[in-house]
Design a protein. Structure first.
Length: 222
């Protein structure tokens, strides 16, 4: 055998040994990871069961993970629906109750398009769990009026062009309604504060302010 042939044989042998060692090490590492993951999963399962047992002992109601029956009071009416505990109030209103006035725009509690009134306070429906709203009086834009019989505030929004694309409009109407319920004749500062949680990308703030002024106590629509 020539020196070159002998060198090639040695090189192939070295490559084979390296490949074998690399494969063995990889398999061993994969086994360790799998065992660790299984151990973590088993530990997590035990911890979850322990935590759940503690909650039950403390008298804390455990819901889920499947759908549960809940009752919401919406626009003065008791409504029963079946939702998973992770479902937001916004999803429950729109998907389960067919009340689509509140809009899913940002889903982060920043734009106000999903504003509803809960026990007299304006809240973001996308940031509340439906199961947590039981026993709360919820009022949506649908409670104000219909296209055939609009609330004075809604009529003022139309008259003063206080909307363009319309996505933010229901939230602004609800926030304005809550503001007028608290302050029938709001000052400019009270208007700014009362509507500060709502955002209009079209920039119709002048029309919204005019609609509020027209509906406030002493206004033409009051």
């Amino acid at each position: 055998m020539s020196r070159e042939e002998k060198g090639r044989d040695e090189e192939r042998s070295a490559l084979s040994r390296r490949s074998f060692l690399r494969g063995t090490a990889g398999a061993g590492l994969a086994s360790l990871i799998a065992c660790g993951a299984q151990g973590d999963a088993e530990t997590t399962g035990v911890e979850d069961e322990t935590a759940e047992a503690r909650r039950r002992e403390a008298g804390v109601e455990v819901l889920g993970p499947g759908a549960v029956a809940i009752e919401l009071t919406v626009n003065g009416e008791a409504r029963t629906l079946s939702v998973e505990p992770r479902v937001t109030l916004l999803e429950g209103l729109r998907r389960d109750l067919g009340l689509t006035g509140a809009k899913p725009v940002c889903d982060r509690g920043t734009c106000g398009a999903c504003t509803v009134i809960a026990d007299g306070r304006t809240v973001y429906a996308c940031s509340l769990l439906a199961v947590a709203c039981q026993g709360v009086e919820i009022e949506t834009v649908e409670a104000l009026g219909t296209p055939q019989a609009m609330h004075p505030l809604q009529a003022a929004f139309v008259e003063h062009d206080a909307q363009q694309c319309g996505f933010c409009t229901p939230g602004f109407v609800v926030a304005a309604k809550a503001l007028l319920d608290r302050h029938p004749s709001p000052s400019p500062d009270e208007v700014a504060e009362g509507l500060s949680g709502n955002f209009c990308r079209c920039g119709t703030y002048a029309g919204i302010a005019a609609a509020l002024a027209a509906t406030a106590k002493g206004g033409r629509h009051a």
